[in-house]
Design a protein around this ligand. Structure first.
Ligand code: GLN
Ligand code: ZN
Length: 766
């Protein structure tokens, strides 16, 4: 290297028009042959490589592209195919690959879980007992393809051994070394083949190095990398970390690798501190992640150039690679597709394509001097400052409230013990009240109606009438089933965050801002770009209408502040917690509006609360404290008799149960059916003394649960929880289910509750 380089870590796969998703789904639907699918995928892959080449990126990644997920690719490459997928005799075929991701008639899919603290989900590798074998050298194939088809000397990428094992299932402290003994030789083989091919650099992704880790684990990392270095000494390894600062800075930069990639956006403080304290080895290349790979905002180029200059005090310029802080997989493809955004906002955005321009401009500024890119720098500053100074970012009312945050009520009038007495008197619910989580089936008809209204083919009145009919239908169904607390069904909502974003001030929606969530599923997160403000009641109309049709209580249904925050792209000029508090204040007004309209049970859903947990354990307490505060700011200014519910699902709860308790919600409904009662056993040692409903059945399957299995679930739960505080409900919203199975399941659930109530009555008599 004779001067500073530019690099990339990964490019979005989905394509500008989600052509990747469309091809995959056509294939799964049997409308696109395998050969045709592979051909289309190749074209997409190559076009992404050419885009990066045209931009002049020096280090272009390959093998970041995938047909589903890059972690699954790695498992598949190592032949880690669980036995249950082998029965068809298809071996390492594409259909086996997709079966692992999506399940098949005979085998349930591999688990999927969140990729660190992002909203991307990877397929969890199963280490199992079979011997891993190298089925194909994916990075080598990708390298050859880029060279042959696009004339690019590319940088292959794979998940590094430490992170791969760490993310797998079947790994624990006792067997990890044995697993590595089997896996490392395969890594070595991959590396040696790359080395023989004359590959210059391999990027080994080791994001696990930024999560809290032990001394033993760091020693293991050292052993892994010394083996790789001994066995493939000619291959340059770029050990790539991201999403935060590395835990053992001095030991990580001393590993026998030729380059270390650090995140100077999300791990700025920690990584800079490490650099200042320990310097950087003179014989290594620093991958300097200075452009935010996860946020959607244009960078302040002057500031980032200053940062690079600070880095050059420790690392000579010609041994730095300017790069995004992480793979660009987490941001949409290009701002060029957006035509409807406010120009001030539009101008301040940078998606994947634009971020690579920023990387290039920074590189040019270092090589040729700032003058060479003066225009680009000035345009960036102007765009950022125009957005920062826009009236949407300084709404007086919001700012006033934020300024006296500590004086804002964040505690209910009375403690739960007193509230719950008053609530019992008011509501007179039976023992073990039955309810649901909020949504009812969003049938094709419901989606069609919404489309017609959005396209203007239906008048707002007609759509409103349609929604009312659905609500009416489902109130009657719920009454027939005999549920105790009803819901309106959420037919007017496509998505629980988008719905509120569209009605609150400070949010914007892109037309094509899709990012991959898992497999072919893409999401288009709302953009929080201004101060969040309550404009008008958002949910009262439908809820009050539903309540007018029944004598039973109808729960109002809101999405909580942390879930809105964690599922959106958030402005980066204020802290995330400030943004959460702003949302909380806006929701508080909605809670108050519902109460004033006579809705006195209000559920504030927080399924994504846990997702915001920082990667480092020592920051968990603070995050949880602020999350609890945000929830309480939203839910504390109401009467004692008004009952606050919350709902959480699909995450591990036991380590955050104290925070859940601290939310002080009168009732929480929580998923347990998938984790097969893991949570129940937790309550054996720790009681829960607020209202709680454990999901009685898994709503992700069309299967109708039997009365008996739900009675036995209740038996288990009530052996550790107080029946006076216990609620009966499914484990999540029923939006994705069909009508018949939903009614049948809920009927069984209500029957089970009745049987159990009788049992309790008999016990009480004796
Ligand atoms: N109230 C929402 C629903 O029922 C909750 C969804 C969720 O937990 N993700 O759909
Ligand atoms: Zn849920």
């Amino acid at each position: 290297m004779n001067h500073i380089q530019s690099g990339n870590l990964g490019y979005p796969r989905i394509g500008e028009n989600r052509e990747w998703k469309k091809a995959l789904e056509a294939h799964w639907a049997g409308k696109l042959e395998e050969a045709e699918l592979l051909e289309q995928m190749k074209l997409i892959r190559l076009s992404h490589l050419r885009t990066q080449k045209e931009k002049g990126i020096d280090w272009i990644p390959v093998n970041d592209f995938t047909l589903y997920d890059h972690v699954l690719d790695t498992a598949f490459m190592f032949g880690l195919i669980p036995e249950r997928f082998k029965s068809g005799g298809n071996g390492a075929s594409l259909s086996t690959y997709f079966a692992m991701a999506r399940g098949s008639k005979t085998a349930s899919a591999c688990e999927m879980t969140k990729w660190f603290n992002t909203n991307y989900h990877y397929i969890v590798p199963e280490l199992g007992e079979g011997e891993p074998v190298l089925t194909v050298n994916r990075p080598l194939e990708a390298y050859r393809e880029a060279k042959r088809e696009a004339g690019i000397e590319a940088k292959p990428v794979i998940v590094g051994p430490y992170t791969f094992v760490k993310l797998s299932k079947g790994y624990d402290a006792g067997n990890v070394d044995r697993i590595l003994d089997r896996l490392l030789p395969l890594y070595v083989q991959v590396l040696q083949e790359l080395q023989a091919e004359g590959v210059q650099w391999l990027q080994l992704d080791e994001p696990s190095l930024v999560a809290t880790m032990t001394e033993d684990e760091m020693a293991r990392v050292e052993r892994i990398y010394s083996v790789l270095h001994e066995q493939a000494p000619e291959l340059n390894i770029m050990l790539q970390t991201y999403f935060d600062s590395v835990e053992f800075y001095d030991r990580v930069v001393s590993l026998p690798v030729q380059g270390v990639g650090l995140d100077f956006v999300h791990g700025l403080e920690g990584n800079l501190a490490g650099l200042q304290q320990h310097g950087f080895p003179q014989d290594k290349v620093l991958g300097a992640g200075v452009i935010d790979g996860r946020g959607i905002w244009r960078a302040d180029l002057n500031r980032q150039l200053d940062l690079i200059e600070r880095l050059t005090a420790y690392v000579p310029q010609d041994r730095i690679v300017v790069q995004p802080s992480s793979s660009l997989l987490h941001v949409p493809v290009t701002v060029a597709s957006e035509h409807k955004l406010d120009p001030v906002l539009h101008d301040a955005l940078a998606f994947a394509a634009e971020k690579l321009n920023e990387v290039k401009w920074l590189q040019r500024a270092v090589i040729e001097g700032k003058n060479a890119v003066r225009q680009e720098f000035e345009a960036a500053s102007l765009a950022v400052s125009r957005l920062n100074q826009s009236p949407q970012r300084s709404r007086q009312q919001v700012q006033d409230r934020m300024a006296k945050l500590d004086q804002e009520p964040s505690k209910r009038i009375s403690p739960f013990a007193e509230r719950s007495k008053k609530q019992q008197e008011k509501w007179r619910l039976p023992l073990l009240p039955t309810t649901t989580i909020g949504s009812f089936p969003q049938t094709a008809e419901v989606r069609k109606a919404r489309q017609l209204w959005r396209k203007g083919e239906w008048s707002p009145e007609r759509y409103r009438e349609f929604i009312r009919e659905e609500i009416g239908k489902w109130i009657a169904i719920q009454e027939n089933i005999g549920l105790d607390v009803l819901v309106h069904g959420e037919f007017e909502r496509t998505d629980m965050v988008e719905f509120f974003g569209e009605k609150l001030g400070g949010f914007a929606f892109t037309s094509h801002g899709w990012v991959q969530s898992y497999g072919s599923r893409c999401v288009k997160p709302p953009v929080i770009f201004g101060d969040v403000e309550f404009l008008a009641p958002m949910t009262t109309e439908e809820t009050v209408y539903a309540q007018s049709l029944t004598g039973k209580p109808v729960k109002g249904m809101l999405t909580g502040p942390l879930t809105i925050l964690n599922w959106s792209f958030v402005r980066d000029d204020i802290s995330r917690e400030s943004a959460a508090f702003q949302i909380a204040f806006a929701l508080r007004e909605e809670v108050e509006a519902l109460e004033a309209a006579g809705i006195e049970m209000i559920q504030v859903d927080e399924p994504a609360l846990r997702e915001g947990l920082p990667l480092k354990k020592d920051r968990h307490a603070r995050y949880l404290e602020q999350a609890v505060l945000a929830f309480k700011l939203a839910t504390s200014t109401i009467r004692d008799t008004t009952q606050i519910h919350t709902h959480m699902c699909y995450c591990e709860f036991h380590d955050i149960i104290d925070s859940i308790r601290a939310l002080d919600a009168d009732v929480i409904s929580i998923e347990t059916s998938r984790s097969h009662g893991e949570l129940i056993s937790h309550f054996e040692d720790h009681t829960y003394d607020l209202g709680i409903g454990l999901g009685m059945y898994d709503i992700h399957s069309p299967r109708v649960p039997s009365v008996e299995e739900m009675v036995s679930m209740m038996d288990r739960a009530l052996s550790v929880l107080d029946p006076q505080l216990f609620w009966i409900n499914p484990d999540c919203g029923l939006k994705t289910r069909g009508l018949e199975e939903t009614v049948a399941s809920l009927e069984n659930m209500v029957k089970a509750a009745k049987i159990y109530r009788e049992k309790c009555a008999v016990v009480a008599k004796n």
